[in-house]
Structure formats: structure tokens, C-alpha cells
Design a protein around this ligand. Structure first.
Ligand SMILES: NC(=O)c1ccc[n+]([C@@H]2O[C@H](COP(=O)([O-])OP(=O)(O)OC[C@H]3O[C@@H](n4cnc5c(N)ncnc54)[C@H](O)[C@@H]3O)[C@@H](O)[C@H]2O)c1
Length: 306
């Protein structure tokens, strides 16, 4: 694929990872990050990714950080926005982008939940606005949901999928701009049930995690739920649905257990207690376990595709 200039808006957690993976694919990246201290920390964070993946850090020369949006997106064919999750802010950024790039530059938002329909509503050229939902960390998790809104052209969907596929990602086409897209709807359907089970005293939080990791989670990376239904047979899937679905939680609001924990300041690893207590070093051990696991998977994929 032709190497292009790509803009990234926001050099935080998601932005620096997106910049890395696109630079690793050979593109030249301009990152707009308004906070000087965040800009200053980018080289160390990018070097840490190169070390983790065993990549030649020379690729980092293709990434330039800027304190001005126009300089970062100059001559860009694509812009990926990874600024804070606030609709008015994202709308302001997209309005500024429209004045700074060509009429056909593709403008993609990495919002987790805000529809790109809303982000791009006031723009003149809405056919080039699209959602690209990367998963954290974006340089390690393969999936990117490419969300077509009611105005996005098919050509823009195609070009975005192509760019991401070429960068080693697994893009999927989400045909409607629904809240939560596909991945977060699935993930949160499971979490709603998990919170309900813990709140009802059926099991504790650690048991939920063991059931997922040691049970169906052990096969999920190679067998999706639709494949699994076809594997066991849809007659069995129907029998189970008939018996079970009436018992599943269907509360249409955030669970009380979550609200109570937050009110009590029990926010999880960052406060030492959430759904369970986190002793010294335990939270870091979880982070390292996750990072090592994802890095090994990413390296194995790279080797497999080489
Ligand atoms: N963190 C995740 O797990 C995750 C996963 C998928 C999608 N997202 C989405 O990605 C986006 C970014 O999330 P994050 O976790 O990287 O946040 P973050 O806070 O780590 O990074 C956001 C960066 O944007 C910068 N910023 C502030 N105002 C700005 C402006 N006007 N223009 C450009 N940059 C500005 C901030 O200084 C910060 O460095 C959000 O929309 C979020 O919902 C996050």
C-alpha cells in the first residue's frame, strides 16, 4: 500500500498506540497533543512499545508530535481522532479539521460510545466521517470496528478497512452507528449478568473471573459465540435459550452494586479496592500479565504473517 501522511489527534493512551501501529506500517504520522507534558512523555512511551514488540525503534522517526492541530494534519490522507470522550470537544475538533485538511481527507473518530453521526453533524463533507473503534492497547489488540454512519460513503469504509488491514489489524465493518457498536454491546451484556450474579450472592467477583478465564474464555479466542452455536447445534442452542433467557438480568440501567461502590470511593485497582481488594503489587502483576500475554500474541501473529 502507498505510504501516506496520517494525522492523530490526542497523544494519550489510545493516540500514541494508534500513531505507533500506523508508523510501523510505514506511514508518516503527525500527532496533535495540546499538553506539553504529554507531548514530552511520548518518546518514552513509544520506545516502550518498540521494546515490548522487539521492533526497530528507527520507525519512531516517522512520528512527529505537534502543539498545533494544523501542523499535525498537514497533507494528511487520514486523521484518527483520539481526544477525550466529550461530544462538544470532538465536534470542535472536527470543525477545525474540516478547515485544515482537504475535502476528501478521511476523518475517523476512536470514540468508545459517541456516534460519529453526532461528531460530524455540522460538517460540510460528512461522507468522509467514520467511526474507527480501536481496543486498548491499540497496537496489541487486533480488532478495529469500522463504523459506517448514515452519511459515510462506501468508498470511505473501503479505504479505511484497507489501511487498517495493511497495518496488520483486523477491521470489521459495522453497518449502523448504534451505541456501543458490536464489541462493547457484547462485552457489557456479559458484565451486566456478572454484576447481577455477584449482587445476588450467587458467587463472588473472583469466581466470575475464574469461570470466564478457565471456562468459555479459554476457547473464545478461537471460537466465537456464533460458531459455538453452530458447533453444538442450533436445536440445543434453542432449548437452552428457551429455559435460560427468562432468568437473565435485563435491568435497563447501571447496576446498584456499581453505583454503591463508586459512591464509597471503591474504584478498583487505582484505589486498592473495587469488586475485590487489591494488595500492594497485585494490580501491577495483573497489568504485566495482560501486557505480556497481548505482546506474545501480537508477535506470534506477526511471525505467522511474515
Ligand atoms: N482508553 C480506552 O480503553 C479506550 C478504548 C477505545 C476507545 N477509547 C476512546 O479513545 C479516546 C481517547 O481516549 P484515551 O483513553 O486515549 O484518553 P487519554 O486521556 O489518555 O488521551 C486523550 C488525550 O487528548 C488530549 N487532548 C485534550 N484536549 C484535546 C484537544 N482539544 N485536542 C486534541 N487532544 C486533546 C489530552 O491531553 C490527552 O493526552 C476517547 O474517545 C475514548 O473513549 C478509549
Amino acid at each position: 500500500m502507498q505510504k501516506q501522511k496520517i494525522g492523530v489527534i490526542g497523544g494519550g493512551l489510545m493516540g500514541h498506540g494508534i500513531a505507533y501501529l500506523l508508523a510501523a506500517a510505514g506511514h508518516n504520522i503527525g500527532v496533535f497533543e495540546p499538553e506539553a507534558n504529554v507531548r514530552a512523555s511520548m518518546p518514552a512511551r513509544l520506545h516502550a512499545i518498540a521494546d515490548l514488540l522487539g521492533d526497530d525503534s528507527a520507525l519512531l522517526q516517522r512520528i512527529e508530535a505537534h502543539g498545533q492541530l494544523a501542523a499535525a494534519v498537514k497533507d494528511a490522507a487520514f486523521v484518527f481522532e483520539a481526544a477525550p470522550e466529550k461530544l462538544p470537544l470532538k465536534q470542535r475538533i472536527f470543525a477545525e479539521l474540516e478547515g485544515a485538511v482537504a475535502a476528501d481527507t478521511i476523518l475517523a473518530s476512536n470514540s468508545s460510545a459517541i456516534p460519529s453521526t453526532e461528531i460530524g453533524r455540522a460538517l460540510t463533507h460528512r461522507e468522509r466521517v467514520i467511526g474507527t473503534h480501536f481496543w486498548n492497547p491499540p497496537h496489541l489488540v487486533p480488532l478495529v470496528e469500522v463504523i459506517q454512519n448514515e452519511k459515510t460513503s462506501d468508498a470511505v469504509v473501503h479505504a479505511t478497512m484497507e489501511l487498517l488491514r495493511d497495518a496488520g489489524k483486523t477491521p470489521v465493518h459495522v453497518r449502523r452507528d448504534v451505541p456501543g457498536f458490536v464489541g462493547n454491546r457484547l462485552q457489557h451484556a456479559m458484565k451486566r449478568e456478572a454484576f447481577a450474579l455477584v449482587a445476588a450472592g450467587v458467587c463472588d467477583a473472583e469466581t466470575v473471573d475464574t469461570v470466564v478465564k478457565e471456562g468459555f474464555g479459554a476457547r473464545t479466542a478461537v471460537l466465537g459465540p456464533m460458531e459455538q452455536s453452530d458447533l453444538v447445534g442450533l436445536d440445543l442452542a434453542l432449548d437452552i435459550a428457551d429455559v435460560l433467557y427468562q432468568h437473565l438480568d435485563s435491568t435497563a440501567s447501571a447496576p446498584a452494586i456499581l453505583r454503591e461502590k463508586v459512591k464509597a470511593g471503591k474504584l478498583g485497582m487505582k484505589t486498592g479496592e473495587g469488586l475485590r481488594k487489591w494488595g500492594p503489587g497485585e494490580a501491577d502483576a495483573v497489568r504485566q500479565r495482560l501486557s505480556r500475554f497481548l505482546a506474545e500474541q501480537a508477535k506470534a501473529r506477526k511471525k505467522g504473517s511474515a
